[in-house]
Design a protein around this ligand. Structure first.
Ligand SMILES: N[C@@H](CCC(=O)N[C@@H](CS)C(=O)NCC(=O)O)C(=O)O
Length: 346
């Protein structure tokens, strides 16, 4: 109500409307407000009203920040990760929080209603969102997985080892990342770009490859304790069909003949670059931001046929993956029991 009062005060009501209000009474007042209101507002008034409304709504939400405020200690703060369990971008953030031993709560967002993020991120329909409340009462939110990974790692980001080559597309992934978009920025930036352009696409093409595999990917929703049965089923069934169709159309768009082979090729190319770099990770002796981006994307296929096939058919990725498992360690999610999908491949 306070918000509406503020809005009413801020609204640039025309003089005519105010006079009409004073002269009218009872039901007439309702008509006075309802009918001429639209006409009484000029275009500028409407723009100003909209701006006032946005300010009032935005006033109560955690500020959106691009970088971590210097004084913030995540370990001492209340950290919530708004996510979809099968989202590759969300798993990057989880692996990074786990590695940094930062306790956090996972808030599963319903993919259709997105009710969980509506009150503080109505303007942003995506996940992950990291929401932080500090001991001193400050609160903020961070969006975009690449930025969150970078900020959570901070000084612990080992970057890429000096001998690591720039990423290159393979025969089956060439159309995902056009040549004119490649080669921009530092080697680390190019690899991060590769994860978004190539690796994420490979995972999407695979985990939603057939209706059965798409259903397997959404299985977690069918028993998710955060949602009532009708919300579980509506999201799982519609997600299965929609994402299967998305994968089918992207496969055509990218001219991929065999999606499994495209994934194996991309992972083998990454593993080879780790080897050329000379360390256990692309970051050298410690994982860097690129390692977390790659690991998170692959972890999103947890307990699916894609994951099982990848480890059976792309042996060169296994040593790096096991090292990542060991470095990331156990989940720091305080509510892990309610979200676990399946054991990590050892
Ligand atoms: N660039 C973003 C991409 C996030 C993204 O696309 N998330 C998907 C889930 S995998 C999403 O929230 N989609 C819901 C929607 O677009 O409505 C990031 O890296 O965080």
């Amino acid at each position: 109500m306070a918000a509406f009062a503020e809005l009413f005060r801020a609204a640039p009501l025309g003089r005519g409307l105010r006079l009409a209000w004073l002269r009218s009474s009872g039901r007439a007042k309702l008509l006075v407000v309802a009918l001429p209101a639209a006409a009484a507002f000029s275009q500028a008034d409407r723009a100003s009203l909209k701006a006032s409304f946005c300010e009032v709504v935005a006033a109560g939400r955690p500020e959106v920040v691009q970088s971590m405020p210097a004084e913030v200690k995540l370990k001492d703060s209340t950290v919530r990760l708004y996510q979809f369990e099968s989202c590759p971008f969300c798993r990057k953030v989880r692996s990074c929080l786990d590695y940094s031993r930062i306790p956090y709560e996972v808030v599963e967002v319903h993919p259709l209603s997105k009710n969980e993020t509506k009150d503080f991120a109505a303007d942003y329909p995506k996940v992950p969102i990291l929401r932080v409340e500090t001991l001193s009462g400050a609160s903020f939110q961070m969006r975009d997985s690449k930025s969150i990974v970078r900020e959570v790692l901070g000084k612990n980001n080992s970057g890429v080892a000096p001998k690591v080559p720039a990423p290159a597309v393979t025969a089956s992934t060439g159309k995902m990342w056009p040549a004119e978009e490649q080669g921009k920025g530092s080697i680390e930036e190019q690899w991060i770009h590769w994860t978004d352009k190539v690796l994420v696409q490979c995972i999407v093409l695979n985990v939603y490859r057939s209706l059965a595999e798409s259903a397997e990917t959404f299985d977690y929703l069918l028993t998710h304790p955060a949602f009532p049965w009708y919300a579980q089923k509506s999201a799982a069934w519609s997600g299965t069909a929609v994402m299967w169709a998305v994968a089918k159309s992207r496969k055509k768009k990218f001219g991929v003949a065999d999606e499994r082979f495209a994934l194996y090729e991309a992972c083998a190319a990454f593993a080879e670059s780790v080897q050329v770099g000379g360390g256990r990770f692309l970051g050298g002796s410690k994982p860097g931001a690129v390692d977390f981006n790659v690991y998170g994307i692959l972890r999103s296929a947890e307990a699916t046929q894609t994951e099982r096939d990848l480890f059976a058919n792309c042996p060169s990725i296994l040593a790096w993956y096991k090292d990542m498992n060991a470095s990331v360690g156990s989940s720091q999610a305080v509510n892990i029991a309610s979200i676990k999908r399946g054991p990590a491949v050892e």
